[in-house]
Design a protein around this ligand. Structure first.
Ligand code: GLN
Length: 197
């Protein structure tokens, strides 16, 4: 299968690794710059983007990750991972550093506190007729989608919660914890077509 790294500094990387292995990917955990060598794609998990950003810097991963994104490596970010990929972050903690790459503006914690977490079904025609069950845990919302990015899914009120742009994919929610595998399959398709290109 395609070689997919999962950024394993913090957050729910084990859940992603489990889903990806189940789909036949050759999964490795990424904690050091050399762990990026030879991977065909990368997943940035949910967690806490402020902590993830600090650890990425501390482990010397921030610049190699930016370079990999700029070089076209397929990357899928969920929740905190989407924040890490966003070019602009609103309600960021002072000095918070992300990686960027996705031409979007996201707002952290847009749905309120932890106990305002919620679940809903999303219609995403690209992923088939059956709605996608989405779990939001202090997730970000995509407040604006730039010219280079495309909205993939929105809440009934129109707020965008999934985006793609070239080899980058991001969701405000957590398909890795619900048994919903279509986003990971979709991402593996992006990885395969990129690796075969
Ligand atoms: N609120 C977190 C952040 O700002 C994201 C939450 C999550 O990944 N479930 O990074």
């Amino acid at each position: 299968g395609p070689r997919v790294g999962v950024l394993a500094l913090q957050g729910d990387f084990r859940e992603h690794a489990h889903v990806l292995s189940g789909l036949g990917a050759d999964v490795s955990l990424v904690r050091r710059p050399q762990d990026l060598d030879g991977i065909d794609g990368l997943v940035i998990p949910g967690g806490e983007s402020t902590v993830m950003g600090k650890l990425a810097r501390a482990y010397g991963l921030a610049e190699p990750l930016r370079a990999a994104i700029a070089g076209g490596l397929p990357v899928y970010g969920t929740c905190a991972g989407l924040i890490m990929l966003a070019d602009t972050v609103l309600d960021a903690i002072d000095g918070q550093q992300t990686l960027g790459g996705l031409d979007v503006v996201v707002r952290r914690n847009a749905f309120g506190s932890q106990n305002q977490s919620f679940e809903t079904d999303l219609d995403i025609p690209e992923l088939g007729e059956r709605p996608v069950h989405a779990v939001f845990i202090r997730g970000p919302v995509v407040e604006s989608v730039g010219r280079r990015a495309t909205a993939l899914a929105s809440l009934p009120d129109g707020r965008v919660v999934a985006v793609e742009q070239g080899s980058l994919l991001g969701t405000s929610f957590h398909p890795e914890i619900t048994g919903e595998h279509r986003f990971h399959e979709y991402f593996l398709g992006m990885v395969r077509s990129h690796a075969g290109a």
